[in-house]
Design a protein around this ligand. Sequence first.
Ligand SMILES: NC(=O)c1ccc[n+]([C@@H]2O[C@H](COP(=O)([O-])OP(=O)(O)OC[C@H]3O[C@@H](n4cnc5c(N)ncnc54)[C@H](O)[C@@H]3O)[C@@H](O)[C@H]2O)c1
Length: 252
Amino acid sequence: MLTLDGKIAVVTGALGGMGRAVCERFGAEGATVVGMDWTDEGSELFAKEMAQAGSKFEFRKVDVSSAVEVDEAAEVVAAQYGSIDVLYNNAGLMQLKPILETSNDEWDRILDVNLKSVFLMTRAFAPLMADRSGSIINLSSTGALRAWDSLSVYGAAKAGVIQFSKVAAVEFAPNIRVNVVCPGMIDTPMARGFAAGLPNPETAWETMSQQTVLQRFGQSSEVADLALWLASDQSSFVTGEEIAIDGGSILR
Ligand SMILES: NC(=O)c1ccc[n+]([C@@H]2O[C@H](COP(=O)([O-])OP(=O)(O)OC[C@H]3O[C@@H](n4cnc5c(N)ncnc54)[C@H](O)[C@@H]3O)[C@@H](O)[C@H]2O)c1
């Protein structure tokens, strides 16, 4: 039997690097996946690829920082499926900027997309898990676990995700488990964009990969392995945890 057979999974940021890999893994393991992203560019092709792989997938265009859009999406999902089993809050936006150069609007945007979205999605979708044993997985970052230059706002938002998740794990027990994934350097469009913003991007990419103990960037498929374990009943006694997947980058 496949690990997520018969389960319904909602994945946000579904068209990004890790979101896509997680949709593919959940689908391959038997879940019906509802993927959400604020853009629908490339969504038709992705839906076609998922169908070709034999996975049950549908896409919905949702800005997860908008309470109105999130609540509407929850109503549609509730009407269609009745209940869900997995909520994977993956949508995120990174900003590399010193504190003194950060505007009010930038603070609001980074906090809204990375932290408020997790609250909005949890408030809207956790009630759809009430009768079942659900798993909520929220994406933080090693940017929340140590100080990285110019990542104050993003780091603060991602640190907020950890504390929010711990309280949610207590509030929703014993029906729903809530855990946090803290990726380090994973090779996705976000990480490539981060390197592109540094002086000498190619050298920066190499230097960043050497900062991990394992001396390389991680792959989205490796994050999907962890996501699958947390989503499945194989992690049934794990809740309120934050798990770094970073090749050991926070060790030094
Ligand atoms: N790549 C890394 O090295 C890294 C490291 C630490 C944490 N993370 C976190 O992991 C998660 C996935 O990152 P990724 O590297 O795959 O990023 P990505 O940029 O490849 O994908 C992010 C996705 O989120 C979507 N998104 C952004 N704002 C949205 C919104 N308001 N509503 C709906 N969708 C929205 C984007 O369109 C995109 O498809 C993010 O939360 C990110 O902060 C990434």
